[in-house]
Design a protein around this ligand. Sequence first.
Ligand code: XUL
Ligand code: CO
Length: 433
Amino acid sequence: MTDFFKGIPQIKFEGPQSDNDFAFRHYDAEEVVMGKKMKDHLRFAAAYWHSFAWPGGDPFGGATFERPWFGDTIDAAKMKADVAFEMFQILGVPYYCFHDADMRPEGEDFAENTRNLETMVDCLAQKQADTGIKLLWGTANLFSHRRFMSGAATNPDPDVFAFSAATIKTCMDATMKLGGENYVLWGGREGYETLLNTDMGRERKQAGRMLQMVVDYKHKMGFKGAILIEPKPQEPTKHQYDYDVATVYGFLKEFGLEGEVQMNIEQGHAILAGHSFEHELTMARELGIFGSIDMNRNDYQSGWDTDQFPNNVPEMALAYYEVLRAGGFTTGGTNFDAKLRRQSLDADDLILAHVGGMDACAAGLKAAAKMLDDGKLEAARNDRYAGWDTDTGKGLMSSDLDAITAQVLADKINPSPRSGRQERLENLVNRYL
Ligand code: XUL
Ligand code: CO
């Protein structure tokens, strides 16, 4: 035991009336909602990077957090792992996620990186065995080190492509060894700053080839989890190729990878792309590529990726409504890709941020379940499209322009607009919150 979280109790469910900051008001892991325990619906995961590797910097200032485990040694990495697993246990989250660079010290070269990664995988495997906590997903950090400044797979230098491919292989090996349920690819620097120095055609082909190699290796190694891409339109790179769910789907089609790759959708990235989170979730469901979510929120005023802990229950409700309509998670889950504000220095802050986030998600899930159970929203939606279930409606889908024109003339078709009833539906949603 470290003493980082000294005095902080295990967080328990105490119900909405509780006055205890260190308690859940809505998240009761064992409570059954729509036939499934809340813990199995939500499948919470904590993110190693924001909680344990991020030092609290911003563009105007450096680290504000002074954690005793900061430092590029194996001993420091082991202390970080001790503290991380203590937090996972205090919160009762069943899963965690990592990048290689979060949990191993940075080496001088690829070989040292790999040795460090393997040492830490053994350490994490022991901790997983001791606690029962599991890995939701692993990923490679191919964006922080300066070698990746012009991209990883999309780099103009083939040496960086090779280094990235080898790093992904070691991270897929690590994820498999730790029983990870998914492997994530987020291409933070797969894009460009200026077209003046960029060959977009080559870069997109390089990214497509890398993804094909990842999928081939998944099958070769017998990894049963899902490969997930996490779309984001920009930041850090000015223009990212994996802009949003629809763009990534086009990319998968182009490189023959549909059916092989699903989406990890992050709330804040959806907002940066000019969408709502629900839009991205619905698009993924409709395209059959819904996988997992990164849960956070952005500050709507700042227009950049603030990665704040989620606390807006109405937003959560609409998000989990779409998750439930997608049939819920299979290999995916709710990963808190969220970081403290840089003034939130204390161990308490880290725990309470997660407690609030878990509770907001739980309240949202319960509201979403009520919305679905009640059926009024779905009934209104079905009613709006009811004409398409008639013989005339169905016939249109297999007709042609000549036949339809003849039909419009013969039946004197003259559409009369109907209300979309938006406010009525918005009022209805508020009744479930
Ligand atoms: C960055 C981001 C990443 C990915 C994993 O915006 O969301 O943390 O989730 O690389
Ligand atoms: Co993310």
